[in-house]
Design a protein around this ligand. Structure first.
Ligand code: SF4
Length: 85
């Protein structure tokens, strides 16, 4: 995470494990996403994640970033690239 984002990152104030929920741990995922929803760095965080994960499929994306799960970011990346879903 770049230093500018890190200054505003709400996730820096909570247990980081929350942002890496296990498979099927929907409660943790929802909680992390709700924290992201009020984070002032959300847009920049999501843009950074999409750039860093450039072209990766969902199995090579990790954790909740910018309010999105790996699957959601993979879908956003496909839309950004104009590829079929
Ligand atoms: S949007 Fe979420 S993951 Fe990104 S910096 Fe904010 S709290 Fe952390």
């Amino acid at each position: 995470m770049n230093p500018t984002i890190a200054l505003d990152a709400i996730c820096a104030q909570v247990d980081p494990e929350l942002f890496f929920p296990g498979r099927g741990d929907h409660a943790s995922s929802r909680r992390a996403k709700s924290i992201c929803a009020s984070c002032p760095a959300r847009r920049a965080c999501l843009a950074e994640a999409l750039a860093l994960e450039d072209g990766a499929d969902k199995s090579h994306r990790y954790g909740i970033r910018g309010g999105c799960t790996p699957r959601e970011r993979a879908a956003l990346a496909r839309v950004d690239l104009g590829s079929p879903a």
